[in-house]
Design a protein around this ligand. Structure first.
Ligand code: GDP
Length: 464
């Protein structure tokens, strides 16, 4: 064990496997002296003589002086490096054994193996990145769609950080005015009148509410929408799933941390990402929905955010359809978004959709067999989850439940402050504004507990 940041870390930063090149990164106070022990520059210079940020060719040697590999090395000196610490990056040939041997050599010479996300964590600790920028780097690496990539890029560039900083500073200036008013009530020393304080606090609240709404897009694009496709057998659920998957099938992911681990089919549909849960094989899951006693399937529907219920438009609604409709009705009341799909439109020119009115957020008449129906599904989902909004609100978009929870809590505190100002309870307003700053500071890591930081960086891969 080592204490974080007191030691120099090393890791292979490229994926494990054979490739053209692999990059081994060493970061910390001893990075350059460790590199000196096993890297011999071809020009004969020792590391301390080599300029920063310039690539040079070198041999990487083992403990007997034999060459393990030749490669390109770059030294980044503190603070001008990704981590903010002295960093040495070694590009060697991309064989598994070569890169492992180079890593092993750096460890023999005094570095310790980096933990998941430790380079990024050090960048955060040294103030190179805010917490939301660090999270965005993780999202950039794991992006499954171009929309997710675009959002991550916007936040790596600091859009969310800039927005939270702006709001933070505004709360701070209202707070100082509130406290000045309390300390010197008769001396008119407060830089703001009561009305101005109210007005500015209301504006801050508006900004927070706007930021809160951005999570609808961020969640749909980055985290993904928990989705269930349900309906009685033979309505075309599998056909619809194939239609959605066919365009851009994403990899199957293990989503841990739910009450039970489920395998989720991740389907990128336009800008949105749908997480279609698959506990017993997707086809079976859907079919078991007909057996309403099957607890798991019902739970699946209860847990989801988007229900796509499929009906056969060429046949009248029957008892089984009614059961589906009643489940959907309940879930809509519980907050789920609902799409009613009247499928097999090719077999029925004018299906009667009256039964679905008021229960579904959108009613679509499609033929899942036809490719053109993909666009209909895509635009309906995009509209329901505001997926066309990427880059709005100055680009600042909340992309994680953690950020959203913090912004909601900040808005609550600011709302309380506003009420207190209206009832002349300045002391109380001041305390609420101070609390608001504390919670908002957690979004970007100004004030954040170690457990939250641990949780964020645990999700990163080793080497990042
Ligand atoms: P599931 O049991 O609900 O998953 O239904 P399937 O997707 O297996 O489809 C049942 C049958 O309906 C299959 O024979 C499909 O080819 C057919 N089907 C699905 N969608 C359409 C459609 O849009 N039009 C027509 N005519 N047939 C369809």
């Amino acid at each position: 064990m080592y204490s974080m940041f007191s030691q120099t870390i090393s890791a292979i930063s490229t994926p494990r496997g054979s490739g053209g090149i692999a990059v081994i990164r060493i970061s910390g106070d001893e990075a350059i002296s460790i590199a000196d022990k096993f890297i011999k520059a071809k020009n004969g210079k020792v590391m301390s003589e080599i300029k920063s940020n310039l690539a040079f060719t070198a041999d990487i040697i083992d403990d007997k002086g034999d060459v393990i590999d030749s490669g390109i090395v770059t030294i980044f000196r503190s603070p001008r490096s990704f981590t903010g610490e002295d960093t040495v990056e070694i590009s060697c040939h991309g064989g598994i054994l070569v890169s492992s041997q180079v890593l092993a050599r750096s460890l023999e010479c005094g570095a310790v193996q980096a933990g998941p996300g430790e380079f990024t964590r050090r960048a955060f600790a040294s103030g190179k990145l805010s917490l939301s920028q660090a999270e965005a780097i993780g999202e950039l690496i794991s992006a499954k769609s171009y929309a997710a990539l675009r959002l991550a890029r916007i936040n790596v560039d600091g859009a969310l950080k800039a927005k939270t900083n702006e709001i933070y500073d505004e709360i701070k200036s209202i707070l100082s005015a509130v406290y000045a008013g309390i300390d010197f009530p008769d001396e008119e020393l407060s830089p703001l009148t009561k009305d101005e304080m109210r007005q500015l606090t209301a504006e801050v609240l508006e900004k927070l509410e706007k930021l809160k709404t951005s999570y609808k897009t961020g969640h749909a694009v980055v985290e993904g929408i928990k989705t269930v496709i349900c309906g009685k057998p033979n309505t075309g659920k599998s056909t619809l799933l194939n239609l959605l998957c066919g365009k851009q099938r994403a990899i199957v992911t293990d989503i841990a941390g739910t009450t039970r681990d489920v395998i989720t089919e991740q389907v990128v549909c336009g800008n949105a990402s749908l997480l279609i849960s698959d506990t017993a094989g997707i086809h079976n899951t859907f079919d078991t929905v007909e057996k309403f006693g099957v607890e798991r399937s019902v739970q699946e529907i209860e847990d989801c955010e988007l229900i796509i219920a499929v009906f056969d438009s060429s046949a009248p609604f029957d008892e089984d359809d009614e059961k589906i409709i009643s489940i959907v009705k309940n879930q809509k009341q519980a907050g789920a978004t609902t799409i009613g799909v009247m499928n097999k439109a090719d077999k029925c020119a004018n299906p009667d959709t009256n039964r679905l009115n008021g229960i579904f957020d959108k009613i679509l008449i499609i033929s899942a067999k036809e490719d053109a129906s993909y666009g209909v599904m895509e635009s309906a989902i995009s509209e329901l989850f505001s997926c066309g909004m990427i880059g709005e609100n100055d680009g600042a978009t909340l992309t994680s439940a953690r950020q959203y929870a913090r912004v909601c809590a900040t808005a609550e505190r600011v709302k309380e402050a506003l009420t207190a100002l209206d009832t002349a309870g300045e002391d109380f307003a001041g305390a609420e504004l101070e609390a608001a700053m504390g919670v908002l500071g957690e979004v970007d890591g100004r004030k954040v507990g170690i457990e939250i930081v641990d949780e964020i960086f645990e999700k990163f891969c080793v080497g990042k």
